[in-house]
Write a new protein. Structure first.
Lengths: 298, 306
């Protein structure tokens, strides 16, 4: 939580920023009082964090709407986009990583590893541009925005969200596939795998029961940390596809210097990240008997 | 409950365990090891390919302005959004500026920003990592908690926040990326230092009554350069990634600079109108540059991690 204090303290004179450098000092003072920014930083922070806990996020400095209203719909919209991206990327990248590991050192491995690495390194908006050009403009398969018409059915929504989520998939694929590959190689070389093979178990069983169960552990941790990255990616993807999600809302708030919306939005993203890490933590202990036993022994 | 080891995005965590203990002895042996590594690098295909790509863009950054056919900032509103032709290889943008000239000269801003940011991050991160890894105890605990707090938010979002409060400039961009990346580097360095500090040469130095700064920077630092070099090249790729992203959002390099992210940001709205050239070429430029840097990082990692 230190970070929120640090980040929130940074925005110097809020009123001055809203009114611009040429505003009358008296008007600035008045607005400061109205916003409560004339109080000490600590008082402001306490004020903000305590009302945040009770669900009162204050009002947007630009439109005057309650921040919770401004953020709620975009949050749901972003969750849809993120969910679609995860549904595509997790099985795909784990399959890719395991496949690369099983064929370690071959051309297929190089293709998946180097391809995944390159795909990951390319910024989201570059992918977005390439996909938009190829699939929306030249092939005409998909719409150029991600905002589906009101009341669109599930499949129409997915059709609109597919291109933006593919951009996120491209960036995420490399990380997750890489972890899955490293984990699988380690498990393949382990003694228990050799034992399983030597005692004559079919390869399919060895891979499923002995290799995958062990190799997917570190992968799960990576998937969770990527949830944090994903939020940053959303800002860019939603901007380019003009999708009314939390990312676009934040980017707009940042451009308009709408501090209340910005800080609450960032705090929510921080919370989402913490929750994701926590879920990964729990999953990790459920899947790994060693951690479970240690926890019980303590 | 213990938090599962959070792998750094680029799988940098393994670096710490690949202890540079083999290079423990200083002097001739270390020099020999360095020579071996450089020889490995020269044979690495990905390193060579990456160097060629990045080398091309570095040349563009340095000499681009001298060779491009037109002034990248010169507007020509009558000839705006012209399709690529013999006169304008990559066409012209909405202000009639020559896209080819802007793509070539655009290498400069992002390379300078990313390089300075990464150097800053490496220097700060190395110092932090040495201190936290060597002292452990309370210093480590406090600093590590602060570092974890920093890592909890995506860099792009922190960049947004900082730029909103400090204003948009190249300096802000460099400082933001530099400071946000420093904790990540410090983690890697810390992990390497944790193994090093147990080795005999460190206790020997301590027994000789050497001053702590000397032990940190004179004894331990030379032995953890491997992970630091790897981390530097990896972070450079990310710095470009983030700098381009922030520029695209309008929180990085300021217009009218011929920055690639900016060019995409100014023109992506025109894609549906069929104007693909002012968007495609700068995008490809970014893509090739990051792939180049990552190929180098890949080569460096495999040469320095054995």
């Amino acid at each position: 939580m230190i970070i929120f204090l640090a980040a929130q303290v940074l925005p110097g004179d809020v009123a001055r920023r809203i009114l611009g450098p040429f505003a009358d000092q008296r008007a600035v003072d008045e607005l400061s009082k109205e916003l409560g920014t004339d109080q000490s930083l600590l008082a402001q922070y306490w004020d903000w964090i305590s009302s945040f806990v009770t669900g009162d996020l204050g009002e947007s400095a630009v439109t005057g709407r309650p921040v919770s209203d401004v953020l709620l719909d975009p949050l749901v919209a972003s969750a849809k986009l993120a969910l679609l991206a995860f549904i595509i990327v997790v099985p795909l990248s784990i399959a890719g990583g395991v496949l690369a590991a099983l064929h370690e050192g071959t051309g297929r491995d190089r293709l998946i590893s180097v391809g995944g690495l390159s795909a990951t390194a390319i910024p989201e908006f570059v992918w977005a541009v390439l996909f938009l050009l190829i699939f929306a403009l030249w092939l005409g398969w998909f719409p150029t925005t991600a905002q589906p018409p009101d009341g669109a059915g599930l499949f129409t929504q997915i059709e609109y969200l597919l291109l933006p989520s593919l951009c996120l998939v491209c960036v995420l694929f490399g990380y997750i596939a890489r972890m899955a590959r490293a984990g699988t190689i380690e498990a393949l070389e382990a003694d228990y795998t050799r034992t399983a093979i030597l005692k004559g178990l079919p390869q399919r069983t060895v891979i499923r029961r002995h290799v995958l169960r062990n190799s997917l552990l570190p992968t799960i941790a990576v998937v969770a940390t990527q949830a944090g990255y994903l939020m940053g990616g959303l800002v860019i993807i939603e901007t380019i596809f003009n999708y009314q999600g939390i990312g676009l809302t934040l980017a707009r708030a940042a451009t308009q210097k709408d501090i209340p919306v910005l800080q609450s939005g960032v705090l929510i993203i921080g919370i989402v990240y913490l929750v994701a890490t926590l879920i990964a933590d729990i999953l990790y202990s459920v899947l790994n008997p060693r951690v479970r036993l240690e926890a019980a022994a303590e | 409950m213990s938090v599962p080891p959070k792998p750094a995005p680029a799988g940098a965590t393994e670096i710490g365990t690949a202890s540079p203990a083999a290079v423990g002895a200083r002097g001739d042996e270390a020099r020999l090891a360095l020579k071996e590594r450089l020889a490995l690098l020269r044979r690495s295909k990905s390193f060579i390919a990456g160097s060629i790509i990045v080398g091309f863009w570095v040349l563009c950054a340095i000499f681009g302005e001298l060779v491009v056919p037109e002034d990248p900032l010169a507007t020509d509103p009558i000839n705006d959004l012209m399709t690529p032709s013999a006169d304008h290889w990559f066409g012209t943008d909405r202000l009639g500026r020559d896209v080819f000239s802007r793509v070539i000269t655009g290498a400069r801003d992002i390379l300078i920003a990313a390089l300075l940011a990464t150097i800053l991050a490496t220097v700060v991160g190395t110092a932090l990592g040495l201190v936290t890894g060597y002292f452990r105890g309370a210093v480590d605990d406090v600093l590590s908690r602060i570092i974890e707090a920093f890592l909890a938010l995506p860099v792009i979002i922190m960049g947004l926040l900082v730029t909103v409060s400090l204003g948009r400039s190249n300096t802000t961009l460099i400082l933001t990326i530099g400071i946000l990346f420093a904790p990540i580097i410090s983690r890697t360095v810390r992990a390497a230092v944790l193994t090093e500090r147990e080795l005999e040469y460190v206790s020997a130095a301590r027994l000789r009554n050497e001053r702590t700064p000397y032990i940190l920077f004179g004894e331990i630092l030379p032995n953890v350069t491997g992970p630091i070099v790897v981390e530097f090249t990896v972070r450079l790729g990310y710095a470009i990634f983030v700098a381009a992203g922030l520029s695209f959002l309008g929180f990085g390099i300021a217009p009218p600079a011929p920055d690639w992210g900016l060019q995409v940001a100014e023109h992506y709205g025109l894609i549906s109108g069929g104007f693909w050239w002012p968007v495609l070429f700068p995008s490809l430029a970014i893509a090739t540059l990051v792939i180049g840097v990552n190929l180098i990082a890949d080569g460096v990692a495999s040469a320095f991690e054995r």
